[in-house]
Design a protein around this ligand. Sequence first.
Ligand code: ADP
Length: 360
Amino acid sequence: MTRQPTLRTPASPVAQPSTSAPLPPTADHPDDKLRPQSLAEIIGQRAVAERLSVALHAARLRGEPLPHILFDGPPGLGKTTFATVLHNELGVDLAITSGAALDKKADILPFLTNAAEGSILFIDEIHRLPRTVEEFLYPVMEDFRVDIVLGEGLAARTINLPLKRFTIIGATTRSGMLSGPLRDRFHMHEHLEFYDVDDLARIITTNAAKLRVTIDPAAARELARRSRGTPRLANSRLRWVRDFALARANGHISQTIAADALDMQEIDTEGLDKQDRRYLDTLIRLFKGGPTGIDALSATLQIAVDTIEEEVEPYLLRRELIVRTPRGRKATPAAYTHLGLPQPEPEPSLPPFDQPRLFD
Ligand code: ADP
């Protein structure tokens, strides 16, 4: 029987034991059904999985909680999955919250005081923690203690409240936004990379079986090539292709069916969607290929800077369709080729400067 994470919110801070009945997968959490439950089920990210397996083994042998772990990488690559898997492997409670939901110390306090020995607190989007909450976490992460200040001014007293020893797992799409002191308090830093086509094809084949749909190996590779190296996108595109196969054919996913279904969604052969192509098109046509600042791009595209930086650009950078320079984003020749546009004229070189020689 698979265990689902025990979800705690500040409003209902008491965790259910992890042996409680699994939550039924709901439409709000369609990913849950496909999420790997053990380290052995994790596909790809081999080096990360191996280091975590060492940490798990050592924690079990020492009878201690896991060290605090920070996962970073673009959305949909498996940060939550790894946290869930670690909780399953250890059979401990998991509480999940997000930096965006923790405005003040009182918001995070129930998570800390209710954490059971050895349990895991997963903080998604940890870069969004306000500075005061972040500083409140320092003694928690170092000494399993919260310092609460009572009263004000001269009458102020600090009470040290000891906590159970537990693990904080942080996830961020913007590790650069994390302060040095917070980053340093995590004992393990794991960066998740985009998946290659082989690994993504394996994830798609495994998940097709979970969704009870048959798929040809060539179709799994077609989908993998067109999923931006991202398992979450592979899952959602697989669901679409499954529906397409059901509506337009006999339900079996062949390569032609997969290609037709993705074409219909305007997902191109590189896996780029309409938003990606609009970004490249705007950069090339309107800004002459750049360099262009992110604010100008955001205003023109009417897409929030965060969305551009977290969701659109990482894959375009990885595919070397754009580069980041100190003066802004620049389209590479590969971007012109991808959109079928003529390459830009090379920048005119400056005429040689006739400098008088010093010792003639
Ligand atoms: P993140 O937290 O980084 O945004 P998730 O952990 O929610 O991403 O991953 C999204 C989905 O992708 C998961 O529900 C799971 O189905 C799939 N997935 C992610 N990583 C893996 C992996 N290594 N192996 C198999 N499936 C994965």
